[in-house]
Design a protein around this ligand. Structure first.
Ligand code: ZN
Ligand code: ZN
Length: 323
């Protein structure tokens, strides 16, 4: 094999094409991948056209002297992954991928029109990313699930971005410099994230303010706030309900406001509740109310695609629709 033959990847032993992906000096440089033109043609109409004999790449192909096809603009790792799946060389494929890697694969699939090939694997990889609340670059997933034609996963990743963010959504990072999904979809996600954050802050505020009726209730509240502060929960600076709830475990429940009040008919006695339990119930309500976005509605309304039945049944979760 040619120049960077040392790092060649043999995906098809009797392959008749060497894909030479990447560029010298970029990332890990050029990777040569020995593949079968027949398999690639079945996987991708773009490769099928390339190898059908009309172009020079597709003429006189033979395993005896495989034809080199340069793909300088493609990410070598993505091409290798797609080729391995297409050639059923999946025994050693990882069950987890970083979001950036998956996002590159999705872009590559879009270019070669071969999302069908990797879809089942993408479902596995996205499932693993959804379970990892700390996963870096998760905001790239709406674009990836859109390109890979995965409406259920698009719903779940958009839901996760709104309600379990590690930080406020970076629209720049999420669009990744591409225009496959218009900016307004990401801005919509960002708006939903902000209103979710606002609801969390309001829940905290309604728990700790306006209830200082008497010395006893003041005391009970300030003890609770002290607990919040000690656990880095006050002032509210966390944006994930799951993180807040795990930190709340360390905050002691305070007795009801009236517990030690001796004033007869004091207004504090009308608030018969446990402060922490009420806060948790409120946070659960806010969390459960967050829906994902329906990819089919987005496509109809923003991309002007033809109306089709929504593949994530809205009846299952209401108010899923993109506005
Ligand atoms: Zn009282
Ligand atoms: Zn829909």
């Amino acid at each position: 094999m040619s120049k960077s033959g040392g790092n060649a990847e043999v995906v098809a032993k009797r392959g008749d094409v060497i894909l030479q992906s990447g560029q010298d000096g970029v990332g890990e440089g050029v990777r040569n991948i020995l593949v079968s033109s027949v398999v690639l043609g079945l996987a991708s109409p773009v490769f099928a056209a390339m190898f059908d004999g009309r172009f020079s790449e597709g003429q006189n192909l033979s395993p005896a002297s495989p034809r080199t096809v340069p793909l300088p603009d493609d990410d070598p790792e993505s091409i290798i992954m797609i080729c391995k799946i297409a050639h059923m060389q999946t025994a050693e494929l990882p069950l987890k991928l970083a979001a950036t890697v998956l996002s590159k694969i999705a872009l590559c699939c879009n270019k070669y029109d071969c999302a069908n090939v990797v879809r089942s694997w993408a479902i596995i990889w996205i499932g693993a990313l959804l379970e990892d609340l700390e996963a870096a670059d998760f905001e790239k997933m709406p674009l990836a699930t859109h390109l890979l034609e995965l409406p259920r996963e698009f719903f779940r990743v958009s839901q996760r971005l709104v309600r379990d963010p590690t930080a406020i959504l970076s629209v720049t990072k999420a669009t990744d410099g591409h225009e496959f999904l218009p900016l307004e979809v990401f801005e919509y996600l960002l708006l939903r994230q902000i209103s979710y954050q606002r609801r969390i802050t309001t829940a905290f505020a309604s728990i700790v303010t306006g209830l200082e009726f008497c010395a006893a209730s003041k005391q009970a509240l300030s003890t609770f706030i002290f607990g919040l502060r000690r656990n880095d929960l006050w002032p509210v600076n966390q944006c994930s309900v799951l993180v807040i709830k795990s930190k709340l475990r360390a905050v002691p429940e305070s007795p009801p406001l009236y517990a030690s009040c001796t004033t007869p008919n004091c207004a504090c006695k009308s608030v018969a509740r446990y402060t922490k339990a009420t806060l948790i119930a409120e946070l659960d309500k806010i969390y459960d109310a967050v829906d994902g976005i329906c990819l089919d509605c987005v496509r109809q309304k923003v991309l002007g695609e033809q109306k089709r039945e929504c593949r994530v049944p809205h009846a299952m979760r209401e108010a899923t629709v993109y506005p």
